[in-house]
Design a protein around this ligand. Sequence first.
Ligand SMILES: [Zn+2]
Length: 297
Amino acid sequence: MTSKALATALVACALGAAACGATANGASVGSAQDGGSVSPAQDTAADFASPAKEAGTNSAPLSAPLAESPAAGKDIQAKALSGKVVVIDPGHNGGNYRDTAAINKKVNVLTQWKACDTTGTSTNDNYSEAAFTWDVSQRLAKILKSRGATVKLTRANNTSVGPCITQRAAIGNKAKADAAISIHADGAPSADHGFHVIMPKKIDGPVDPVVGASKRLGIDVRNAFRSGTGIPYSTYIGSKALDYRSDLGGLNLSTVPKIFIECGNMRNAKEAAEFRQPAFRQKIALSLANGLQSYLK
Ligand SMILES: [Zn+2]
């Protein structure tokens, strides 16, 4: 390593960039940025260290999207989100099916009482929505942190139960997030396809003051997701991939700008095949990061 390269690396480390792998394998980096409650750094490192494990035959093209950016580009990006707090809610949880009593417990989402959470959907060949949202969220967190953001997740792994949708909203509120996003994929009839963003409506409740900001966030994420992933607008919900709802606890109870995204339809063969590819999930994460950044800058 030349002295210039070393200096560049040290600058990157000082900025908390993800390039500092040697310091990111313990609680120090992860817990500092995550506020201590969620520290997925170890899981993240493992996931990114061997992205080919889920698709061995596709290992060659996967290295490119996961590789670090050139140092100069990274320095510019690292400043882009410094001082910003982003809360990522990976929809559902891989262990939800094991505790139906806890998951079915009714919680108050202001406009109605709903189940604490659900198991989520899956592809026809059993790739679960919870696993998909967990993986995309890990990738998104890594990108946002590399751009200087403080990132907090609403769950720490994909093997436990919950939290309830009310708690997922509370985590974003407590963090005073500049933006919050709940990541999902849909389980619609197989002929349906495409993605959509869900934004809150005014409900004469706590979300009302951030309905306008959430709409701006939603439009920025919609635009970045469409151009970055190539996934079309939903053929079955919303208008130009924009939908507004007052029945979601994760939105009704949010006091920070927040949206949901349904990244596509897991029951549609084409989108299911795309979601199974780690390189495509990286493309999704990058698109979400760019959409969040458009809103936050
Ligand atoms: Zn979902």
